[in-house]
Design a protein around this ligand. Structure first.
Ligand code: NIG
Ligand code: FE
Length: 392
């Protein structure tokens, strides 16, 4: 195995407090990282770095763990420019637009769906994302959901079955029949490709009882729950996620004090994943990250990349929004976009740069990670290394 030392790193975020200055980010100045194949072998001050087969000069740039985008919807065809235009002229967002994407996705061939996925992944990678989760949810027939997950599974280990995205038009008169399908034949066809099961628990999508049925059936089939919860209004999603020990409650925009307390209590189990691209793109009120952090919740940041509510693949953009508008500090936002995402995916090998971790990292054209929020919209990600190999 070849070892490589990346040296002359101006500022390094390890996310391991034991390795750095004692802060949660485990910051090391004038640092080096030694990679051994696809793993990190050593991290510390450049002056103490052990010898390696090859050496790479970071030129004083900042290095952060690759971003972990733990919530996206990348198996789709078509786009919803018209809906976005209407919204920016004053129309409000409703999940009904999902139907437009379902029609386009059903009509697309496998090659087109996969090409779309690959294009979005390359776009995300250029912006520093090295791990991503993605979901079905725009097929909503057994065959269309299963093929979306089969295509996704060829590109990531983090695949989520979201047959319960909305009740499709073909079941408009029989929502109970659709829940039976999602928890029966469709689940059986999809479970082999997926690690997670998700449900859109919201007025106009699935209520608390339906969501519970979907998540418990998914769990019985070996999938771990996560929940689209409390995005458009108050509802039972967050409490259900906590009760079922879901890996994450995602969106968390409309929370009661009891919801916030529950997420604080469940910090070791259920991560509150905030998706500021959705509030940006639907002109909705921001989720309050500060309130969750102060209650002790574990917070992740993700893009929610999808053609309707949040068509961004940019984790740096989400970090900037979270700092500017959701009362997160730049340090908290960086942690949430890396280690927080890893927690939401129940992974300890990513989101951190410590010995044994996967060698996934981004070099920034900036003296520190703070510039991601301080210089919004500027393409600061200069290089991306994935599994020890330079990918961008
Ligand atoms: O996470 N909330 C449900 N699903 C997506 C939106 C999907 C769409 O509008 O196409 C979300 O925001
Ligand atoms: Fe989503």
């Amino acid at each position: 195995m070849t070892t490589t030392v990346i040296t002359h790193i101006g500022s390094l975020v390890t996310n391991d407090p034991a390795l750095g200055d004692g802060s949660p980010l485990g910051l090391v100045r004038d640092a080096a990282v030694v990679l051994d194949g696809e793993r990190v072998a050593w991290v510390g001050p450049a002056a103490d770095a052990p010898a390696a087969d090859t050496s790479y000069d970071a030129g004083g740039r900042a290095v952060v763990p690759g971003f972990v985008d733990s919530h996206s919807h990348l198996l789709f065809a078509g786009d919803r420019t018209a809906e976005f235009n209407a919204r920016m002229s004053g129309r409000s967002y409703s999940a009904g637009g999902i139907r437009t994407t379902v029609a386009a996705t059903r009509a697309a061939g496998d090659a087109e769906l996969e090409a779309n996925l690959v294009r979005h992944l390359a776009e995300a990678r250029r912006q520093g994302t090295t791990t991503f989760e993605t979901k079905s949810g725009y097929g909503l027939t057994t065959a269309d959901e299963a093929r979306a997950l089969r295509i996704a599974a060829a590109h990531t280990e983090e695949v989520t079955y979201l047959g319960a995205h909305i009740v499709p038009p073909d079941y408009a008169d029989d929502p109970a029949g659709y829940v039976d399908l999602v928890t029966g034949e469709m689940l059986a066809a999809c479970a082999p490709y997926a690690r997670w099961v998700d449900v859109f628990c919201e007025k106009g999508a699935f209520d608390g009882d339906q969501a519970r049925a979907v998540l418990t059936a998914g769990a019985a089939a070996g999938l771990v729950p996560r929940v689209h919860a409390n995005q458009l209004g108050h509802g039972p999603g967050v409490q259900l996620a906590v009760e079922l020990e879901a890996a994450s409650a995602d969106h968390c925009t409309h929370l009661t004090d009891a919801d916030v307390d529950a997420l604080g209590q469940a910090a070791g189990t259920t991560v509150a994943t905030l998706l500021p691209g959705a509030e940006f793109s639907t002109r909705a009120a921001w989720p309050d990250a500060r309130r969750l952090l102060d209650a002790g919740a574990t917070v992740a940041l993700s893009t929610d990349c999808n053609p309707g509510s949040s068509y961004t693949s940019s984790m740096p953009f989400c970090i900037a929004l979270a700092v500017r508008d959701m009362r997160m500090t730049p340090d908290e936002a960086l942690w949430s976009a890396t280690a927080g995402g890893a927690r939401a995916l129940r992974r300890s090998d990513i989101g951190v740069l410590a010995p044994g971790a996967r060698a996934d990292l981004a070099l920034l054209d900036a003296p520190s990670h703070v510039h991601l929020a301080y210089r919004p919209g500027v393409p600061l990600v200069a290089e991306v290394w994935q599994r020890g190999v330079r990918a961008v």
